[in-house]
Ligand binder design. Sequence first.
Ligand SMILES: Nc1ncnc2c1ncn2[C@@H]1O[C@H](COP(=O)(O)OP(=O)(O)OP(=O)(O)O)[C@@H](O)[C@H]1O
Length: 286
Amino acid sequence: MAGTARGLIEVQDFCLRYETMEGAVEAVSDTSLTVRPGEFVSIVGPSGCGKSTLLNALAGFLTPSGGRVTVDGEPIFGPSADRGMIFQQYSLFPWKTVRQNVEFGLKMSGVSRGERERRARTLLGLAGLTPFENHYPDRLSGGMKQRVGIVRALATGPRILLLDEPFGALDAQTRLIMQQILTNMWQQLKISVLFVTHDIDEAIFLSDRIYVMTARPGSIKAEIVVPLPRPREPAMTLSSEFLGLRRGLMSLIREESIRAMGGEVSLDALKGLAINLEGQDLATVL
Ligand SMILES: Nc1ncnc2c1ncn2[C@@H]1O[C@H](COP(=O)(O)OP(=O)(O)OP(=O)(O)O)[C@@H](O)[C@H]1O
């Protein structure tokens, strides 16, 4: 799996509508993006802009209402071990040990016992999980469970890895460690990654490029290249380059988050200027 120039993701004029009892919900419209083989790309945007919808279409769980979604030029017709997907919630089999969880997909694909063990042990080693290979998931912390989930998705040698807020449930310190483990694994495996996050710092720290989506129906508002060198070090988050990117991204997302609230909240309201109290203080008025 290492060293192969595979994993080109191309999304062209993608639209997705959900049909509901109340009518159609246009979740994503006219979205085009590319992830080149071996690239790490993130998607950020306001809540409800369609990030998960797009990722689920790439995973093969949803069918586009329009446009084209391909990996290495091949259209997507359903889920495949070629496209690993990681969610925020851990989805390990509780009755299997860590190594059995990692080997599961390989067993289903008919890989021999020896080869399964070799691959699982290599990946568990890369993720620092060797001492826990015989543990059951209920004995693992959230960060460890998520590491096992990532290793399990990688074990079958996917061309691309899709991650939907994978570290959203973890505390800040564990999150930082997970980010480094993920980038280490990604650099060694040379796999293409599309990563959805709400965390701007996380997107900058991990990515080669970042797509910013508009409020629903989501489309691409901006594409930002992250020029920070690799390997990324935690100290880089204090550099002027990092802070400049952060400022730019925050202002783009803020604009869209306000739009996503459908006019319920205006910039004036956020500054506390939207209601005229006619000189009285709030406690008196209430
Ligand atoms: N099954 C569904 N039926 C109807 N509408 C849906 C369905 N799933 C999602 N939506 C709507 O589609 C839009 C996009 O949802 P999606 O979960 O993709 O957004 P998101 O950007 O991932 O959100 P968040 O950042 O809050 O996780 C939202 O307005 C959501 O309410």
